[in-house]
Design a binder for this molecule. Structure first.
Ligand code: DAH
Length: 345
């Protein structure tokens, strides 16, 4: 008996010391210890020689011994790298799990389209800060402090004017970027300025406290109102297709003279009349005009030599006409059910 116990201990030590680096070595281990003619079987066979009164105790020892060999076998297999086994089981021809891909925001889509159309006409993109001082947003644009036209745009002030400091505000229009550009560039100037603007409006389907505009500015010698009309006409045809009709209405902006608003035929009802066009068949999409001589003078540009046109339009409005979204709030609610609809656009 003693001898058998010693033999078991020796085999256990041998098992513990075994290393196997290849599948063949693991197989050799299996054959040597766990095979039909393996050592475990052989030792188990000794059971018949064990006296009856020791059979119970010995049975436990032998079982534990067998477990040692089996556990080692498992260890060796997994140490070899499950990868081999998994690779064998893995079907590489199965389609992969779908990866969720985000979508561009509809306003970005429309803004990008607008930018690319004007780029083809030679306009460069210019940007400016969203927190502006009074001068760039209003003063330079021919809206002095006491000017009633300031009421056209309800303003969020960040800091009120004091004796030594100008007022700071969230820009109410991208026309402020015109001022930034004229400050640093000399004519010829041909820029568009996309960006976010802010107004102190009650949020509803038709108004929001922030929205987006694209401003345009073109200053050179001999720029005429005809150039303005043709540029904008080209833009709407590219944006909405050749069928679109346009009309200009006289208007007023302090920074342009003359000024005009441009309407296009309603893209929702094709001019038949609906609630988007208030049953007129026309939708206003932008303000525009010839840059006011005073604005040019504010930046040392000689109005006798140079003329220019400018325009400003709302990105939300263009997006509304393109995608028939009639509630402005949808653009900022981040509802995936809304945003996902622009996946294939
Ligand atoms: N800044 C005007 C607004 O926010 C839009 C505008 C009108 C811009 C006429 C212009 C312009 O450049 O010439 O309502």
């Amino acid at each position: 008996m003693e001898q058998l116990l010693q033999q078991i201990e020796a085999i256990k030590a041998e098992i513990a010391a075994t290393v196997a680096n290849t599948p063949e070595q693991v197989e050799q281990f299996r054959i040597k210890y766990l095979g039909t003619k393996g050592l475990v079987k052989e030792i188990m066979g000794e059971m018949k020689n064990v006296p009856n009164e020791q059979k119970k105790e010995f049975g436990q020892i032998l079982n534990a011994f067998k477990m040692v060999a089996e556990e080692k076998m498992q260890q060796l297999q997994s140490a070899l790298g499950d990868s081999d086994e998994q690779t064998a089981k893995f079907d590489f021809t199965l389609p992969g799990d779908p990866v969720a891909v985000g979508t561009r925001h509809p306003l970005n889509l429309v803004r990008n389209q607008m930018v690319s159309i004007f780029k083809r006409l030679g306009f460069a993109v210019a940007e400016g800060p969203e927190v502006e001082d009074d001068w760039h947003n209003f003063g330079a644009m021919n809206l002095p402090e006491d000017h009633p036209a300031r009421d056209m745009q309800d303003t969020f002030y960040v800091q009120e004017a004091s004796e030594n400091n100008a007022a700071w505000l969230l820009r109410t229009h991208t026309s402020s970027v015109q001022a930034r550009v004229m400050e640093t560039q000399k004519p010829p100037i041909r820029v568009i300025c996309p960006g976010r603007v802010y107004r102190n409006e009650t949020i509803s389907a038709r108004a929001h406290c922030f929205f987006h505009q694209v401003e345009g500015l073109y200053i050179d010698e001999n720029v005429s109102f005809a150039d303005l009309k043709q540029t904008l006409y080209f833009f709407v045809q590219e944006m909405f297709g050749k069928e679109v009709k346009v009309r200009f209405r006289p208007s007023y902006f302090p920074f342009t003279e003359p000024s005009a608003e441009m309407d296009i035929s309603c893209q929702i009802c094709s001019g038949k009349g609906c609630n988007i066009c208030k049953h007129t068949g026309w939708v206003e999409i932008l303000g525009s005009g010839m840059v006011h001589p005073k604005v040019l003078e504010n930046f040392g540009i000689d109005p006798e030599k140079y003329t220019g046109f400018a325009f400003g339009m709302g990105v939300e409005r263009i997006a509304q006409l393109k995608y028939q979204v009639n509630d402005l709030r949808l653009y900022s609610q981040n509802d995936l059910r809304f945003l996902e609809q622009f996946k294939s656009v």
